[in-house]
Design a protein around this ligand. Structure first.
Ligand SMILES: [Zn+2]
Length: 75
């Protein structure tokens, strides 16, 4: 595997959406390649950061419940 290949799929790798075989290949490359190991850590931090920042933007649970309830009124 080349670093370019790794770069292309690192997002999906962290997302857990690559096959087990692919994940194993990525792990092997990461073990041998310091750059890609670093890259993975940076991406992981970035993902955690984005997730934290986006969380307050999603509708709070009580609002969702009210919304669902109000939609049911017309039944
Ligand atoms: Zn690499």
């Amino acid at each position: 595997m080349l670093c370019d290949d790794y770069k292309r799929v690192v997002y999906f790798f962290l997302d857990g959406s690559v096959s087990q075989r692919k994940a194993a290949e990525l792990e092997t490359h990461r073990r041998d390649c310091h750059d890609c190991d670093e890259r993975t850590l940076v991406h992981r931090k970035l993902r955690a950061f984005v997730k934290k920042r986006l969380a307050p933007l999603s509708a709070p649970e009580h609002l969702k419940v009210r919304l669902v309830a109000s939609l049911r009124v017309g039944d």
